[in-house]
Write a protein that binds this ligand. Structure first.
Ligand SMILES: *Cc1c(COP(=O)(O)O)cnc(C)c1O
Length: 411
């Protein structure tokens, strides 16, 4: 077994060898520009892009015409939200109108920062606080809706904690109220069943590098019927992608994106079983040897390959230092850039700073093995036991002293 062990599949995934294989000829032999209409080099590239578009559409239950290729989810999020506000924000566009946005405090920064930007452009944003498992409810969304609500923007499967939101139900509510529904599907697509029509979604982003494709390509689903959604483009140029996103297509990477989506689609059931089995094994093994382990997330509504745990009475930095030569994982204190602020997601769920700092996200993926998971559990157990032996707080807790009642010197 090779170390370090990669357990950070929510951050990115390796390109699947089968994906790379279909990409390679498009770097060299088939290098044409998909927009070159006059010769076979262009036709070959266009055909490849069409195939990729079909595969992306199939994975999510859309039609090919509803797939707009972008550089990834971040760009797709910007196009969806800014593009909708510019298109519909000035009212008199029929039923969809207004400048009020509903989102949540546990979104990816790409959504939160785009909303912040839109606030400087005359939008009002309601940030819903999730429950303690990081989940937003239909009732909360219903309560936040106003006459001028334009769009509800919510994450499907949370990248930090894995919690899955009730997307289909919230989508039904949005459609009843003629409000657009944007979903950040980056962690959900390829990992759980997704069907944009069954799930009542109008706009959804996904990204190739989160599903065993290459970095730097992704897509925005833009619904074309009931309702037909229109967006103002954010990148103008040659009118590519139905005018919604200009720029020469990255044919090679799109070929990989398409193949990656196909593999996720045909193997979905097995992959869910694989990831869920390993996640449960990891959690059970850790809990069998350690007490005071807290799950950050929703045990019933959790992405298959995601496990976020906090270890009480250990210091986050020491925990990471104890394992990070061998385990590539993310921590609730370090995942947002280099700041030492605890994760905004854990904070919004009401997790205290101590537990947030000692949280670790284990991301299990296609290549993870039982052997790796067992090794990871053992390293965590070892490190936590060692750190707790040095912790006077843990000793006091073991003795049954209520720590909240202790008056600390110097406070
Ligand atoms: C990774 C991620 C993004 C950003 O995707 P990029 O394609 O890397 O821009 C957005 N949302 C979620 C939930 C993610 O996990």
């Amino acid at each position: 077994m090779k170390t370090p062990i990669y357990l950070d599949y929510q951050a990115t995934t390796p390109v699947d060898a089968r994906v790379l294989e279909v990409m390679l000829p498009y770097f060299t032999e088939h290098f044409g520009n998909a927009a070159s209409r006059n010769h076979p080099f262009g036709w070959k590239a266009e055909e490849a892009v069409d195939t990729a578009r079909d595969e992306v559409a199939k994975l999510i239950g859309a039609s090919a015409k509803e797939v707009v290729f972008t550089s990834g989810s971040t760009e797709a999020i910007n196009l969806a939200l800014k593009g909708a506000v510019e298109m519909y924000g000035a009212s008199d566009h029929g039923k969809i109108k207004g400048r009020h946005i509903i989102t949540s405090l546990v979104e990816h920064k790409a959504v939160l920062d785009t909303c912040k930007h839109l606030e400087t452009r005359g939008c009002e944003v309601t940030y819903l606080t999730p429950d303690s498992t990081g989940r937003v409810s239909v009732e909360q969304v219903a309560e936040a809706m106003r006459e001028d609500t334009l769009v509800v923007a919510l994450i499907w499967g949370n990248n930090e904690i894995g919690t899955i939101n009730p997307i289909r139900e919230i989508g039904a509510l949005c459609h009843e109220k003629n409000v657009l529904f944007f979903v950040d599907g980056t962690q959900a697509c390829g990992k759980i069943p997704v069907d944009v029509y069954e799930d009542n979604i109008d706009l959804m982003c996904l990204s190739a590098h989160k599903l065993y494709g290459p970095k730097g390509v992704g897509a925005l689903f833009v619904r074309r019927r009931k309702p037909r959604v229109r967006l103002v483009s954010q990148i103008d140029g040659g009118g590519h992608e139905r005018g919604m996103r200009s720029g020469t297509l990255n044919v090679t990477s799109l070929v990989g994106f398409g193949e990656a989506c196909r593999l996720c689609r045909v193997n979905l059931t097995e992959e869910i079983a694989h990831a869920t089995g390993l996640r449960d094994r990891l959690e059970a093994r850790i809990r069998a040897s350690l007490d005071e382990v807290h799950l950050n997330g929703n045990a019933e509504h959790l992405l298959p390959g995601c496990l976020n745990l906090s270890f009480a009475y250990v210091e986050g930095e020491s925990l990471l230092m104890g394992i990070n030569n061998e385990l590539a994982v993310s921590s609730g204190s370090a995942c947002t850039s280099a700041s030492l602020e605890p994760s905004h997601v854990l904070r919004a769920m009401g997790v205290g700073d101590e537990l947030a700092h000692s949280s670790i996200r284990f991301g299990i993926g296609r290549n993870t093995t039982e052997e790796e998971v067992d090794y990871a559990a053992d390293r965590i157990i070892e490190t936590v036991v060692r750190l707790r032996e040095l912790s006077p707080l843990y000793e006091m807790a073991l003795e049954g002293i209520d720590l909240s009642s202790v008056e600390w010197a110097g406070h």
